[in-house]
Design a protein around this ligand. Structure first.
Ligand code: NAD
Ligand code: UFG
Length: 337
């Protein structure tokens, strides 16, 4: 039996495929490469000393899914495939709903028809919306999302919830990620954003190698200790390990359930800059800019449910996140290209 990983050539997917191969699982990767490179999987296979089956295809392509389920024996699906740029989603909402929500519905229909009932979904802290108290805890009702991207995650969780109510065989876990950063410690795989990065750490890393001139810090007047936003950054390898724990737990799940995957601590933008400078020995010039639309001042996870139920917790701190980001970026200044 193999694990199907959709979006497995992407940032978080590739780290998870590596962890699965390293523990001996068979893996089928389905990715349309709209935001990833085949090279990521080549490197994963080299690191693991084991091959994955790679299918270049789209989760919305029924014929492709049917063929994949018919020719591979799949025990569970880890579903990363999605479009993920918050700003872009406000300009292209239909594309985001079509890819992320409708695409997931097609995937679930084809899983049902193939008799595959185990499902892990990449959700996000954004499903808690703008008004949830911090730290975010799973018992807080989700909703009040502020972008089509966030709403696509919320809607997909509702799809999972309702399908699980109707179909007792379906077992589903939504993993709500906080802010994934870092790279595999080998420096062979990491985050490779197309164009100018939207996210903080890839931006900082590209300033450090000289591809970008200086960082704009979005807002210095928030009601936080240093005036910049607080986020719960989580090392991507810790996050990948969370998926393995969730897979192991699926057999005990009744229907649909959700877990926060975060470290439980808020770190400011200025603290991130300082930590990166320490790890890389590079100065990061920055300038305080106006607030970015839609940014929340501060949020972090209450991850105690994942700690106790999944027996999962973060083991890598900010220093490791920075060390591994810099190692990846300096070894691969042009990413996988
Ligand atoms: P990524 O863009 O690196 O990975 C997504 C992968 O899915 C890419 O390889 C892309 O080519 C593929 N893909 C997209 N649409 C597809 C489709 N229709 N069919 C097949 N493949 C498709 O992003 P990531 O950072 O690795 O994120 C993985 C998942 O985690 C996404 O669902 C994302 O929304 C979610 N998430 C990410 C973050 C984050 O900050 N990175 C935070 C919370 C949740
Ligand atoms: N920031 C800057 N300058 C930049 C980029 C970011 O100051 O050039 C700041 C932001 O204002 C924010 C912090 O850095 O305060 C983190 O921003 P990111 O864009 O890295 O991350 P977000 O918290 O906005 O969102 C990320 C993902 C979302 C996901 C969310 C919660 O992009 O997909 O984490 O998981 F939903």
């Amino acid at each position: 039996m193999a694990i199907l990983v959709t979006g497995g050539a992407g940032y978080i997917g590739s780290h998870t495929v590596l962890a699965l191969l390293q523990r001996g699982d068979d893996v089928v990767v389905l990715d349309n490469l709209c935001n990833a490179s085949r090279e990521a999987i080549n490197r994963v296979e080299k690191l693991a000393g084991k091959k994955a089956t790679f299918v270049e295809g789209d989760i919305r392509d029924r014929a492709c899914l049917r063929d994949l389920f018919a020719s591979n024996s799949i025990s569970a699906v880890i579903h990363f495939a999605a479009l993920k740029a918050v700003g872009e989603s406000t300009r292209m909402p239909l594309e985001y709903y079509e890819n992320n929500v409708a695409g997931t519905v097609v995937l679930l229909e084809e899983m049902r028809d193939a008799g595959v009932w185990n499902f892990i979904f990449s959700s996000s802290a954004t499903v808690y919306g703008a008004d949830a108290p911090v730290p975010y805890v799973e018992t807080t009702p989700i909703g009040g999302t502020t972008s089509p991207y966030g709403t696509s995650k919320l809607m997909t969780e509702f799809v999972m919830r309702d399908f699980a109510k109707a179909e007792p065989k379906f077992k589903a876990i939504a993993l709500r990620y906080f802010n994934p950063v870092g790279a595999h410690e080998s420096g062979e795989i990491g985050e490779d954003p197309a164009g100018i990065p939207n996210n903080l750490l890839p931006y900082i890393a590209q300033v450090a190698i000289g591809r970008l001139e200086k960082l704009g810090v979005f807002g210095g007047d928030y009601d936080t200790p240093d005036g910049t936003c607080l986020r719960d950054y989580i090392h991507v390898v810790d996050l990948a390990e969370g998926h393995l724990k969730a897979l192991d737990y699926l057999s005990k799940v009744e229907g649909y359930t959700a877990f926060n995957l975060g470290g439980g601590k808020g770190v400011s933008v200025l603290e991130m800059i300082k930590a990166f400078e320490k790890a890389s020995g590079k100065a990061i010039p920055f300038e305080i800019k106006p607030r970015r639309d839609g940014d929340l001042p501060a949020f972090w996870a209450d991850a105690s449910l994942a700690n106790t139920t999944l027996d999962w917790r973060v083991t890598r701190g900010i220093d490791e996140m920075m060390r591994d980001t810099w190692n990846w970026q300096s070894k691969n200044p042009d990413g996988f290209r």
